[in-house]
Design a protein around this ligand. Structure first.
Ligand code: UDX
Length: 432
């Protein structure tokens, strides 16, 4: 099949590359000339394990192309994906200007029947708006499909190539058939394609992210209570997760969820509901708990030291989670800004996100070449992102490097007993 993907952000790039991998001829389009040139030369602008290799392989096989020429890419494509950004709008809703601009461009360039697919996370009703926008500029036949993407950063290829499910929202039988064929290589009986109407598909994506965010905030509330009553949240988490009706995933307490999806999508769902006269109290509480959680490490430090001015702190991990350099809504940002605001010095290390971090902190923090270098002379160490390389530190070495021996473990990756035996004060989330 001939496919065009508009937008080479996270979702567009991964989808385009994976569709090429399954034998389609894919052209990815972006308005950013520098980005397109880099991609043509095989340079991937984001950090995602395995993506660069897969992109090279499919580019070399001439199945994957990059261009700024929307018209050329769309005119010969049977399926066109819209995968442009949907930033947060003024009232917390998703800003659709890029989606609708892409829709108009696609409408103007279409030459034969085309399936136009919303891949970006878009509010309920967007498929209708995309249809209206295209109808105004063309008389060519087309269908609009909502096909939300559920991939996780850091595991994007695996999630795309072996999805739990593929959601296709459309009332057109013709579009269903084409989408079914396109996704056939990725689905099996146990990970099916779910066909539904466009509105249900659009809502599914928001509801899934809101549900996962709710689990995390719920667990973070339980963790806060554990701290009050002297329980250990890690025991409680296992006790809960082992119930098959509950399950283990997304029950890890921590210093808050971040990223480009959970914070934005929870807010957007609340905004959508409000537009329809419904107040989603549960989700507003989910947001409040997460905001508190993002402040929790600094609060623990202030309780421990009284005042952090003129003290030096090591921060291990900047990305919002491991295996990505994405720092959008990352808990590390709030922590570091808090420490700097209170007059502390901050020494950071992240295996891949240091370059991105420069955009946030400039020269206000010290970028250490290793996690141990970050700990040199520090009064305390904050573990914020649970990269594997941080899991088993040499505590003796750490002790010799640090001035004071205090660890704030924002992801509960260290064993409190062991850490204390090594002579550190230990603060976890929901346990001590
Ligand atoms: C998420 C959804 O999982 C994905 O389906 C959707 O398409 C996009 O949003 P992503 O943002 O890449 O994916 O990251 P995810 O792995 O879901 O983690 C989100 C945040 O939750 C991270 O900050 C992570 O640290 C946090 N988290 C996750 C927890 O605090 N506890 C957990 O148990 C799991």
């Amino acid at each position: 099949m001939k496919i065009a993907v508009v937008g080479t952000g996270y979702v567009g790039l991964v989808a385009g590359t994976c569709f090429a991998e399954s034998g389609n001829e894919v052209t990815c389009v972006d308005v950013d000339e520098r980005k397109v040139r880099a991609l043509q030369e095989g340079r991937v602008p984001i950090y995602e394990p395995g993506l660069e290799e897969l992109l090279h392989r499919n580019s070399a096989a001439h199945r994957l192309h990059f261009t700024t020429d929307l018209g050329k890419a769309v005119s010969s494509a049977q399926v066109v994906f819209i995968a442009v950004g949907t930033p947060e709008g003024e009232s917390g809703d998703a800003d659709l200007q890029y989606v609708l601009a892409a829709a108009e461009g696609i409408g103007k360039a279409m030459k034969q029947y085309t399936v136009v697919v919303d891949k970006s996370t878009v509010p309920v009703g967007t498929a209708d708006k995309v249809r209206e926008t295209i109808s105004k500029v063309t008389s060519v036949e087309f269908d609009v499909v909502s096909n939300p993407e559920f991939l996780k950063e850091g595991a994007a290829l695996e999630d795309f190539l072996k999805p739990d499910r593929v959601v296709i929202g459309t009332s057109s039988e013709r579009a269903r058939r084409i989408m079914g064929e396109l996704y056939a290589p990725f689905v099996r009986t146990e990970n099916p394609i779910l066909f539904m109407d466009a509105r249900s598909a659009e809502l599914t994506k928001y509801a899934a992210n809101a549900m996962l965010a709710t689990r995390i905030s719920f667990m973070n509330d339980v963790a806060a209570l554990c701290e009050k009553v002297g329980a250990d949240v890690e025991f409680v988490r296992k006790g809960l997760g082992s119930d098959k009706r509950i399950g283990y995933p997304f029950l890890h307490p921590g210093c808050g969820y971040g990223g480009s999806c959970f914070p934005k999508d929870v807010k957007a769902l609340v905004a959508t509901a409000r537009e329809f006269g419904l107040e989603l109290d549960l989700l507003r509480a989910v947001e409040r708990t997460n905001a508190r959680q993002k402040r929790s490490l600094l609060a623990k430090a202030l309780r421990h030291y009284g005042d952090v001015a003129d003290r030096t702190f090591a921060v291990w991990g900047l990305a919002f989670k491991p295996k990505t350099d994405d720092m959008r809504e990352a808990p590390a940002v709030e922590l570091i800004e808090g420490l700097l605001g209170k007059g502390a010095r901050v020494q950071v290390h992240d295996p891949v996100a240091a370059k991105v971090a420069e955009r946030y902190f400039g020269n206000r923090v010290l970028y250490a070449p290793s996690n141990y270098a970050a700990a040199e002379g520090a009064d305390g160490l904050f573990l914020v992102t649970e990269w594997n390389e941080f899991r088993r530190p040499d505590f003796k070495k750490l002790k010799s490097l640090m001035k004071e021996h205090v660890i704030f473990d924002g992801r509960n990756i260290f064993d409190p007993v062991r850490v204390k035996e090594e002579g550190f004060a230990y603060y976890g989330i929901g346990r001590s």
